[in-house]
Design a protein around this ligand. Structure first.
Ligand SMILES: Cc1cc2nc3c(=O)[nH]c(=O)nc-3n(C[C@H](O)[C@H](O)[C@H](O)COP(=O)(O)OP(=O)(O)OC[C@H]3O[C@@H](n4cnc5c(N)ncnc54)[C@H](O)[C@@H]3O)c2cc1C
Length: 506
């Protein structure tokens, strides 16, 4: 029987930070099946460091962005613990960018009343932090990583999570653990256009829900306002920090359009900017709006945003010279598996942290650059709780082999998952985007149910069917939550126009 003390599903910032905060006498197993979004993070980490700034102001901005539906104790925990976590990162060796006065440099981002987003490597904060933490994980003798492993099922015994079933190298296996941490990130890849890594489909949320874990706020999918369509790849995020240093948004007629929409103009909270761009695009029939940096110095932009500069340069665009076409795309999952402040779910010994978790910290709309911080603060809390409870946890004797259900499941190559994913992406993009209509959500629901019904019967026949089942199920969770709730924050429902029968009438 394969066992480990702590099993962490996910090797992004959340999972990695939990692992590095656990004592070395614990045996830790981590697993991942695709690259992390954490490495892609650009803008940075929000923290109030300056004397003119305050925790109160950061809390207020977080609540304003979240439409005051955030859980206040989660917000306070996030913000008040930020300095300690940043100190820890610095001690681990993360080098943040400094200004001429030798203070950590902080930038303004959307929804922030003060420049408080600190960064590393200019616009490569995620890469800078993760490359260092990954090295620490690789060199730790008590941590092993199962790369290319896909979570398939949580094994539950008497309301206690005791193990998982997973597939790796075309073999279905089981591993038992005293503590299981879900750190599986977001679900942007449920949409055709996203800033997320391929594979960020949120299937683990459906798996947790099937096991009895409570999930919430699935309707709140944040769209990032400014993604650039790479000539040879997918969408490339252009950090809000670029608007923080003065970039404008222009419509097809080269006019700024944010002025009448919000007092913070281009730096309004993200949902407001994305919706404004959506409206401009709809009214002009253009596929994008423009990010204008022509009034800013190319030399400065190149130094401050080296990665964005390089990426655009490959497509023949120069920051400070050219207008950059941008459009909103799916970016961040606010909802997920419900947890308390220690990352505990309603199932014993099952934790969740990072983007997959829903602590209530973001309310109806996440404030920019609060999510890397979320991984750190709540990741540390999860580790603390595991340590405090470890002595009292024992694995029960297992009477039923969880692999029995999977013993006839094929793992050979099939394209069923690929096809289901393409269908799901089409449905989610068409009907569950920035602006939603009840009749479209109902269409999405019926189309997803149509996909789900046959999968229900065959899901244990092939691992691809099982994964497709989870993929469609998590999409359905988003749609049902959207149908059951009124508009707020980044869940924006438009009142249906009279006479509309289908999306073709729009
Ligand atoms: C382009 C981009 C830029 C961003 N910029 C910022 C920023 O500047 N500041 C900020 O605060 N936030 C930013 N964010 C958001 C932030 O990066 C994420 O919210 C955060 O990194 C999520 O970390 P995580 O550890 O929860 O998930 P991830 O880093 O996405 O890691 C998820 C892990 O789970 C694994 N996994 C998932 N499902 C399974 C499964 N079924 N089986 C096995 N393994 C699985 C994956 O393989 C991966 O290892 C950005 C996001 C993107 C996409």
């Amino acid at each position: 029987m394969k066992t480990t003390d702590v099993l962490i599903i996910g090797t992004g910032l959340a999972g990695t930070y939990v692992a590095l905060n656990l004592p070395t006498h614990l045996e830790i197993t981590m697993m991942c099946h695709h690259s992390t979004n954490s490495t892609l993070a650009q803008g940075g980490i929000a923290i109030s460091l300056d004397q003119k700034d305050s925790f109160e102001a950061h809390i207020e901005d977080t609540l304003t962005a979240g439409r005051h539906t955030n859980k206040l104790d989660a917000v306070k925990t996030l913000i008040e613990n930020a300095p300690y976590q940043i100190q820890t990162l610095k001690k681990l060796g993360v080098e943040f960018d400094y200004d001429a006065q030798k203070k950590i440099h902080a930038t303004l981002e959307g929804g922030h009343s003060y420049p408080r987003v600190i960064h590393a490597g200019g616009d490569q904060t995620g890469q800078s932090v993760m490359s260092l933490l990954d090295q620490k994980i690789e060199s730790a003798n008590n941590i092993q990583i199962l790369k290319g492993a896909s979570l398939l099922e949580l094994v539950i015994h008497d309301q206690q999570a005791i193990g998982i079933v997973y597939e790796m190298n075309e073999t279905i296996q089981v591993i038992y653990a005293k503590h299981i941490v879900m750190a599986t990130g977001g679900l942007g890849d449920l949409y055709t256009h996203t800033t997320n890594q391929e594979g960020s489909t949120g299937e683990a949320i459906a798996i947790a829900a099937f096991a009895g874990a409570k999930c919430q706020d699935m309707r709140y999918i944040q769209f990032h306002p400014t993604a650039y369509k790479n000539k040879d790849k997918g969408y490339f995020l252009i950090t809000e920090a670029i608007r923080g240093v003065g970039a404008y948004l222009l419509d097809a007629h080269k006019n700024r359009f944010m002025d009448p929409i919000h007092p913070l103009k281009e730096l309004a909270p993200r949902d407001i900017v994305s919706k404004a761009i959506y409206d401009v695009i709809a009214s002009t029939q253009e596929a994008f709006v423009y990010l204008d940096t022509r009034h800013l110095k190319t030399k400065y932009l190149k130094e401050r945003f080296p990665n964005i500069y390089k990426t655009l340069e490959k497509d023949g665009l120069t920051l400070g010279v050219d207008l950059v076409p941008v459009t909103p795309v799916a970016h961040y999952a606010i909802g997920g598996i419900c947890t308390d402040l220690m990352g505990r779910t309603n199932l014993m010994n099952l934790y969740a942290c990072g983007e997959v978790a829903s602590t209530g910290v973001h309310g109806a709309n996440r404030l920019a650059s609060n999510s890397l911080l979320e991984c750190l603060v709540f990741g540390k809390n999860v580790a603390e709780h595991i340590v405090s409870s470890h002595e009292h946890i024992s694995l029960p004797s297992i009477t039923k082999d969880p692999l029995d259900t999977w013993k006839h499941t094929k793992t050979t190559v099939s394209n069923s998952y690929k096809i289901h994913k393409a269908c799901v992406q089409e449905i989610m993009t068409k009907y569950v985007g920035i602006v939603r209509y009840d009749h479209q959500l109902k269409l999405a629901k019926s189309e997803l149910i149509r996909l789900l019904s046959p999968l229900k019967k065959i899901r244990f026949d092939h691992v691809d069917h099982a994964k497709s089942y989870n993929l469609v199920s998590v999409s359905l969770m988003v749609v049902e939550d959207a149908l059951n709730h009124e508009s707020l924050g980044c869940h924006y429902k438009e009142i249906e126009k009279k006479g509309l029968k289908s999306c073709k009438d729009l």
